[in-house]
Write a protein that binds this ligand. Structure first.
Ligand SMILES: Cc1cc2nc3c(=O)[nH]c(=O)nc-3n(C[C@H](O)[C@H](O)[C@H](O)COP(=O)(O)OP(=O)(O)OC[C@H]3O[C@@H](n4cnc5c(N)ncnc54)[C@H](O)[C@@H]3O)c2cc1C
Length: 475
């Protein structure tokens, strides 16, 4: 006989989204069960954000050693011991893992069950020897790497984010299918660590980002030697011992690219299989589990959050945000409305590319009359001292100055974007940035300079021109 559990909340999936719900529910003293089939921490800790950023950090050290001559500091070239880089990546994972562990969650008061969950009916979840009848279920089963339909691709061994961080030897020539953030971050990391890297993208790389800012990232990657092929159609993939061959359709003919390793980073596929969602009365399709603005599924007892929820942004912090909404709605019966316009995202290449609120294209698509305010890194003193002068900020406001979006490409863009997210969430006007005192010399000054730009065009009054000049000098 299975043991029956009757918690208030049952969370399926111990990744960033599910863990956030479980921790918050337990903190409010609510009985909560968490079911995880594999490793606690999910993609972000084990095969996503953490290992990729740790690998990028190692690659950055290698790049800095090669370029420090301009500062008058020379190193004897960068010798990369990839086995030690692998060790570094896994040490970082091990340092963070206790925070996401079953032991820690048990200590918080969460009943953690290891096993594969599936719905038995609209009210019941089955996990091995347990049957769970919860007041609310939260599906947070995440996503997996999607496999593009390319002939021969599944006939040999390719890498994905689930396997690439296990490599202990540096690939000689890494071929990457997919020019999105994951593909390009890893492309830059491996190139800097010494691999030859070719990226094949069927459309435009970084297509979800502002094209003008994305072009600066792509330019830098190409300067570093990453071969980026855009708009290519891969006809087939063939494997031999220690090598992989991609045949591309090119101008009526064919071209081949040979590498030692193949990484597939061509999008994500929500993890809906094996859950028996039909039995639970939960509607879904290839894009994920259908949710409304409250993140509720077609079964009103069940929420879906994080990467598995259709139509949502797929980031760790998006999952955390979803978790907060579910807690407010499920525990406190407060009205909630998911708003993707307040969720920033960052591509952690160098230069970094960060977006918050509406991009220029999105604002125009919505028919909003906008002003675009810019400031380049090369006019910032701190950027000059660091020799990180590539990039700019682009702030999007309504005609009345209300801030609705910002894109930053350049050093520390991921750190700088948060103040703009706050500005959008708090519905601030650009005026708020002109008066604020920003420490000198910092990269944050680019935001203030862009804000001052709002007041410059069409100035006919000498008095106003004088104020702007004053702000530019002393502001
Ligand atoms: C290489 C890479 C780099 C990334 N970098 C960043 C970054 O820098 N910043 C960022 O914000 N995002 C990044 N992401 C995205 C981020 O990792 C995901 O958005 C996030 O991990 C999704 O969290 P989640 O909780 O929805 O799903 P997951 O983390 O995938 O967790 C889902 C969990 O559910 C479990 N599960 C699935 N089915 C069942 C079942 N039937 N029963 C029980 N358990 C089940 C799985 O085992 C898994 O542990 C990156 C992703 C990748 C691949």
């Amino acid at each position: 006989m299975p043991e029956t559990l009757k918690p208030d909340i049952c969370v399926i999936g111990g990744g960033s989204a599910g863990l956030s719900v479980a921790a918050a529910a337990a903190a409010f003293g609510v009985p909560v069960v968490l079911v995880e089939a594999d490793k606690m921490g999910g993609d972000c800790l084990n095969t996503g954000c953490v290992p990729s950023k740790a690998l990028l950090a190692a690659a950055k050290r290698a790049a800095l050693m090669r370029t420090s001559g301009a500062f008058g500091v020379t190193a004897q070239g960068a010798a990369v011991d990839f086995a030690k880089v692998h060790e570094h990546v896994h040490r970082v994972i091990a340092k963070i893992a206790p925070v996401d562990s079953a032991e820690r969650f048990a200590g918080l008061g969460v009943r953690v069950i290891k096993g594969h969950a599936r719905f038995k009916d609209h009210w019941t979840l089955a996990v091995d020897d347990f049957e769970i009848h919860a007041r609310r279920f939260v599906v947070a089963t995440g996503s997996k790497p999607a496999l593009p339909p390319i002939a021969g691709l599944d006939q040999g061994s390719y890498l994905t984010n689930e396997t690439i961080f296990s490599l202990t030897a540096l690939p000689k020539h890494l071929v990457v299918i997919g020019g999105g953030p994951i593909g390009l971050e890893l492309a830059q990391a491996f190139r800097r660590l010494g691999s030859d890297v070719t990226v094949c993208e069927m459309a435009q790389p970084l297509a979800k980002d502002d094209p003008e800012c994305a072009a600066i990232v792509l330019d830098q990657l190409e300067r570093e030697g990453v071969d980026i092929r855009c708009g290519v159609k891969i006809a087939r993939v063939g494997y031999a011992t220690g090598s992989v061959k991609l045949t591309l359709e090119a101008g009526g003919g064919e071209e081949t690219i040979e590498g030692s390793h193949l990484l597939v980073a061509a999008g994500r596929q929500p993890t809906t299989s094996g859950l028996d969602l039909e039995a639970g009365g939960i509607a879904y399709d290839r894009s994920g589990i259908a949710v409304n603005k409250k993140l509720k599924t077609s079964n009103k007892r069940v929420y879906a959050i994080g990467d598995v929820a259709a139509g949502q942004l797929r980031f760790t912090h998006a999952g955390n945000y979803h978790a907060g909404l579910v807690i407010r709605n499920a525990l406190f019966r407060l009205p909630v409305n998911v708003n993707n316009d307040v969720i920033p995202w960052v591509t952690y290449t160098e230069p970094e590319l960060a977006q918050t609120g509406l991009s220029e294209a999105e604002a125009r698509k919505r028919g909003i009359k906008i002003r675009i305010l810019r400031w380049p890194y090369h006019d910032n003193d701190r950027a000059q001292t660091e020799r990180e002068t590539h990039g700019h900020i682009k702030v999007i406001t309504k005609m009345n100055g209300k801030i609705i979006g910002a894109t930053i490409v350049g050093a520390q863009a991921g750190e700088l974007i948060s103040m703009w997210t706050l500005a959008i969430a708090q519905r601030l006007n650009i005026r708020a940035f002109t008066g604020v005192v920003v420490p000198y010399p910092t990269l944050s000054e680019i935001g203030k300079r862009a804000a001052i730009d709002y007041f410059t065009p069409g100035l006919t009054s000498p008095w106003l021109r004088r104020i702007i000049a004053w702000l530019r000098i002393f502001g």
